[in-house]
Design a protein around this ligand. Structure first.
Ligand code: ADP
Ligand code: MG
Length: 244
């Protein structure tokens, strides 16, 4: 039995005269890991941002768990509680501790007690390999550790979909593996994930499906084998020649 988690239909996003997303159609099933690749400026970030309404779609529909979040009256808080997002630049609160970063939303939005929130934070930090960092300051952590805290913070709301926008692009090379390992573990646990990344090894190993974005369109999609070993579109071939 498959269950549709995300159904994007005829999605268009304009910034002024610039059409950044041109009729995007994507279906994501529960437990699926979809990796998005493509050149800079092709609309990958804008696409992810429309999925949790950090950007308002110009037209089209985005049905997530049966609710069209592209509707003007969509309940955005509910949308964002169900969808966790991890950014390139972590976006942690630098002046708060690791624990405070993770506990903030569950306490504010889900009325968790301090005790419950802290217990959950400790559990999540163990999941991301940072069990001993509960009371650390964010600034004392490496970039890779901060990104794993950002993942823990997103998971604290119990999202059923996780969006990752180039989560390892700002990291020193030696930190990348730890973050990808956490993402792989999440995938293995059945999390539905949409991941924008230039880590082609991760895409090959973890993705169920790869989408190639180019100039606001999905030019090709398929299994990792189809995309990486048998690319059809010349623009995809050209892109892969540059990044592989
Ligand atoms: P990618 O993530 O694939 O590099 P983006 O989605 O960031 O691409 O950007 C796609 C296009 O949209 C680019 O031309 C970019 O300049 C434009 N764009 C993105 N965000 C905005 C914005 N807030 N206002 C105007 N233009 C934007
Ligand atoms: Mg981007």
């Amino acid at each position: 039995m498959t269950e549709v988690k995300v159904q994007v239909t005829n999605l268009i996003k304009n910034f002024g005269n610039n059409q950044v997303l041109k009729d995007i159609n994507v279906t994501v099933q529960a437990n699926e890991v979809v990796v998005i690749i493509g050149p800079s400026g092709s609309g990958k970030s804008t696409f992810l941002r429309t999925l949790n309404r950090l950007e308002t779609p110009t037209s089209g529909s985005i049905v997530i768990d049966g609710v069209d979040i592209a509707e003007p009256h969509a309940n955005l808080n509910q949308v964002r509680e169900n969808i966790g997002m991890v950014f390139q630049h972590f976006n942690l609160f630098k002046n708060l501790s690791v624990a405070q970063n993770i506990m903030l939303a569950p306490q504010e939005l889900q009325n968790k007690s301090t005790e419950q929130a802290q217990e959950q934070a400790q559990h999540l930090l163990t999941t991301v390999g940072l069990a001993d960092k509960l009371n650390a300051s964010v600034q004392s952590l490496s970039g890779g550790q901060q990104q794993r805290v950002a993942i823990a913070r997103a998971l604290a709301m119990n999202p059923d979909i996780m969006l990752f926008d180039e989560p390892t692009s700002a990291l020193d090379p030696e930190m990348v593996g730890d973050v990808l390992a956490v993402m792989k573990k999440l995938a293995q646990q059945g999390m539905t994930m949409i991941v924008v990344t230039h880590e082609m090894g991760f895409a090959k190993e973890v993705a169920d499906r790869v989408l190639f974005f180019d100039q606001g369109q999905i030019l090709e999609e398929g299994t990792p084998t189809a995309i990486f070993d048998h690319p059809q579109n010349p623009r995809l071939q050209e892109f892969l020649d540059k990044v592989l």
